[in-house]
Write a protein of this length. Structure first.
Length: 465
């Protein structure tokens, strides 16, 4: 009798497991978009499962601790939270996470161009070693930015909470940043000065959108202890709903169900549900949708969408010696390292990090080097900008997002004229929905991933399929 009861109980359990529920949703990826989507769907009574290829949640929210001095952290991915990012801050508040200011630099920023370093003190610009027209020299670097780059960002402010790309930004989405500035009449040397620390080959509309999305009222924030505490908090809330070590191998759908095929411990298995959410970056989805009956436009996006080269090199210094020189540790340069940020506690005598942050062609150049050469080249640039860096240097860590097989790049990079791809990426295809920073007008930010998750929840909860 006991054996018969056990058999019947197991049969019922197996049947219940196999029978698809109308409220079942499968999510690919435990980055912040997948976690937020699962969190909101669970609140609404959906049965959610997340499949994540790695053994950790968070995606491109990754806090570095190993290899750094005691108590030090560094963000290899998402670093700052603007005080205007309401979706992100709502989650921070919901989980009671402590915030701290992402410190404004103490001291003067450094500008290095054509072999010379300069600072801007009390608004007085240096005599730049460039062939500038009289009016360009009078404006200086700050004036050029305010005159030629700030207007579309200011015009976009009334659309700060719009889910669409602000029209003033979309109007600039035709040319590269360099072409955009040249088209307004700037000389080649003025373009060089205005784009110091950023590649002029980036699409103007994309850069202006990111700048518009990063505007603050007062300050930027950082989660004390590391930004990965946010995805960790969500993952704890979703305990039992996340399956790690599950690499997505395929998406398919028919008239009644959608399915995800995963690889787990060398074996393949397929899971079905009425709705599936893909939060994977399209940099790693080529071939995964071959049987999913996507529109030709979406299929092309999942196979060809560009993601930028993004590299961060963290140089640990035993003291924040640059402060003794009256410098902030922030630098904008024409060197390979492109720009530096300084990270560390308020005490100048405490350990700190000089972070070289490269996006685009220079990140690609550095990525082609052996890792030891990457550190050597970055330290050489740090020594050029901040004399004495070699004597304070303790160690280095490099994060090249193109070498991360789960991401294959940093954030999405849209060529001129393609800001509309963000909306195209977001369109659901039958029973398959799409979330992530590449589907949001807050592209490149935690805010964008969370906003996209809320959109997908609305799509699923109002679906008639």
């Amino acid at each position: 009798m006991l054996e018969r009861r056990a058999f019947l109980g197991g049969l019922v359990a197996a049947t219940a497991f196999a029978a698809p529920s109308n409220r079942r949703v499968l999510i690919a990826g435990a980055g912040i978009a997948g976690l937020a989507c699962a969190h909101e769907l669970t609140k609404r009574g959906y049965d959610v499962t997340i499949f994540e290829g790695r053994a950790r949640p968070g995606g491109r929210i990754e806090t570095l601790r190993e290899g750094l001095g005691p108590g030090m952290t560094a963000e290899t991915g998402a670093t700052r939270i603007p005080d205007t990012h309401h979706f992100t801050l709502a989650y921070v508040n919901e989980f009671g996470l402590p915030l701290e200011p992402f410190h404004a630099p103490v001291g003067l920023d450094l500008f290095h161009i054509r072999g010379k370093s300069f600072t801007i003190a009390n608004g007085k610009e240096p005599d730049w070693p460039l062939d500038l027209r009289p009016e360009e020299r009078k404006l200086g670097r700050n004036g050029l930015a305010k005159t030629y780059l700030l207007p579309p960002v200011e015009a976009a402010r009334p659309f700060a909470r719009s889910l669409q790309v602000p029209p003033p930004i979309a109007a600039a989405d035709r040319v590269t940043l360099g072409e955009y500035l040249s088209g307004q009449g700037l000389s080649p040397d003025a373009v060089e000065l205005a784009t110091l620390g950023v590649s002029p080959t980036i699409a103007a509309g994309h850069l202006l959108l990111v700048e518009s999305s990063s505007e603050i009222r007062n300050t930027y924030f950082h989660i004390r202890g590391g930004n990965d505490l946010l995805p960790f908090a969500l993952a704890r809330r979703l305990a039992g709903k996340i399956q790690y070590g599950c690499r997505v191998a395929a998406f398919t759908q028919d008239g009644t169900q959608a399915s995800i095929t995963i690889e787990r411990a060398g074996e393949r298995e397929t899971h079905r549900a009425p709705h599936i959410v893909c939060t994977l970056p399209f940099s790693v989805t080529a071939g995964l949708f071959d049987g999913a009956h996507l529109s030709r436009q979406k299929q092309t996006l999942t196979e060809t969408l560009l993601y930028g080269h993004m590299t961060k090199v963290f140089l640990q210094m035993r003291e924040q010696f640059w402060r003794k020189q009256g410098l902030s540790g922030f630098a904008f340069t024409d060197l390979l390292s492109e720009r530096f940020w300084a990270l560390g506690p308020a005490q100048a005598a405490a350990r700190g990090l000089l972070l070289s942050y490269m996006i685009g062609p220079k990140a690609e150049r550095l990525g082609a080097m052996p890792e030891t050469e990457r550190v050597r080249a970055t330290l050489a640039d740090a020594e050029t900008l901040f004399p004495g860096a070699r004597s304070y240097f303790e160690g280095a860590t490099v994060k090249n997002w193109k070498e991360d097989k789960w991401q294959n790049g940093g954030t999405v990079r849209l060529p001129p004229g393609r800001l509309n791809a963000l909306a195209e990426c977001a369109v659901p295809e039958g029973r398959i929905h799409f979330a992530g920073e590449h589907t949001s007008r807050w592209t490149g930010w935690i805010q964008g991933s969370i906003e996209s998750a809320h959109r997908v929840v609305r799509e699923i909860s109002t679906s008639t399929l």
